[in-house]
Design a protein around this ligand. Structure first.
Ligand SMILES: NC(=O)c1ccc[n+]([C@@H]2O[C@H](COP(=O)([O-])OP(=O)(O)OC[C@H]3O[C@@H](n4cnc5c(N)ncnc54)[C@H](O)[C@@H]3O)[C@@H](O)[C@H]2O)c1
Ligand SMILES: [Zn+2]
Ligand SMILES: [Zn+2]
Length: 345
């Protein structure tokens, strides 16, 4: 990774330029850097951001310079078959800015998730900007732009966790711990946090997990069954993105329970399961794209809960770092030392 000058064009029709105030470091940025998402290098990384709209292009009506926004990476089209069926959180035609940001020599950049916010300014589609209450600090608010929203939504929207449910969350980084918080917000009775790192489990406990399981020391499936009357959890959320943890999630849920895959696998990963078990265990095997969120509906609501003291977003900000500190933040993430490092400008 390198910090270099980037040319940001003036916003064209339907676009906006945003002055970035804070941008979290997400595991997905690391996946990009390692070629785990695609090979369209060079990438402009960073996608968990909040900032202030600097300028808008032609035809942009509901956004103005000075608006405080969280950037989202699924700008809903309103016209595709998912949107037309009233399920816009699945939108199959989400869009980004049409123009490209470039290096000074004209090389086009691929912005991570169509955002690219490890930069003082970035060009996005106007629909990627969601206005929220400016009383919320940018470092905390920006996290709703990806990992924290993905985890909260995996529990609340995709998993449909309800009052009294038992939930297990496998992998308690920024995303998994947000799923713990989301399960608590939704009224879950038992919340079991599973990780291989005791530091993550300690955080999960602080954020509302009722039980913790270190799956390096004990068998995760047996432990989850043991904590749920021998049955398994109603909802199991996989927030690692690996076949072995998905298999644990599959077998650690109760009959007719729900598995939510929010961790992102890499292209070479494969999963083999007895088809009879897929049938016989029933229930639902779901993937959670961005926590099945609808930014316009969910971001302002969650920021209100944050400002009321009911959703501790600050707990996810482990440290703030300068723009040239991302490489070291990746290393701290890999060593398990942080939930989120946040670049502040
Ligand atoms: N679906 C989405 O929309 C979405 C959005 C953001 C991130 N993600 C994905 O979610 C995943 C988690 O992201 P993150 O930012 O929280 O990453 P992270 O690196 O902060 O957290 C991963 C956690 O998993 C734990 N872990 C690793 N191997 C494990 C194992 N075998 N068993 C149990 N725990 C294990 C680690 O100790 C760590 O706490 C990534 O795959 C990321 O790409 C998905
Ligand atoms: Zn659509
Ligand atoms: Zn992310």
């Amino acid at each position: 990774m390198e910090v270099v000058p980037v040319v940001v064009p003036d916003p064209g029709p339907g676009e906006a330029v945003v002055r970035v105030q804070a941008c979290g470091v997400c595991h997905t940025d690391l996946h990009y850097r390692e070629g785990g998402i695609n090979d369209e290098f060079p990438f402009l990384l960073g996608h968990e951001a909040a900032g202030v709209v600097e300028s808008v292009g032609e035809g942009v009506e509901d956004l103005s310079p000075g608006d405080y926004v969280i950037l989202n990476w699924r700008a809903v089209c309103g016209r595709c078959r998912a949107c037309k069926r009233g399920r816009p959180w699945y939108c199959f035609a989400t869009h980004n800015a049409k123009q490209k940001m470039t290096l000074e020599d004209g090389t086009e950049l691929s912005p991570a998730l169509g955002i690219g916010a490890f930069a003082e300014k970035t060009l996005v589609a106007a629909g990627q900007c969601t206005k929220v209450d400016p009383a919320a600090s940018p470092a905390a608010a920006g996290l709703l732009g990806c990992g924290v929203m993905a985890g909260l939504g995996a529990a609340i929207n995709t998993g449909q966790v309800g009052r009294g449910d038992s939930v297990a969350v496998i992998g308690c980084g920024g995303v998994g711990n947000a799923a713990v918080v989301g399960s608590r917000l939704a009224g879950a009775g038992t919340i079991i946090a599973v990780d291989v790192d005791d530091r993550k489990l300690a955080t999960a406990q602080r954020l509302g997990a009722t039980h913790t399981v270190n799956s390096r020391e004990v068998d995760a499936v047996e432990a989850i069954r043991g904590l749920t009357g021998g049955n398994g959890a109603d909802v199991v959320i996989e927030a690692v993105g690996r076949p072995e943890t998905y298999r644990q999630a599959f077998y650690a849920r109760d009959l007719a329970g729900t598995v939510v895959l929010v961790g992102v696998p890499t292209p070479e990963m494969k999963l083999e399961l007895p088809l009879l078990d897929v049938f016989g265990r029933g229930g639902a095997l779901k993937s959670s794209w961005y926590g099945d969120c609808l930014p316009e509906r969910d971001f302002p609501m969650l920021i209100d809960l944050y400002l009321q003291g009911r959703l501790d977003l600050d707990a996810f900000v482990s440290e703030t770092v300068p723009l040239d500190g991302v490489e070291e933040a990746f290393a701290r993430m890999q060593r398990g030392e942080v939930l989120r490092s946040v670049v502040v400008f």
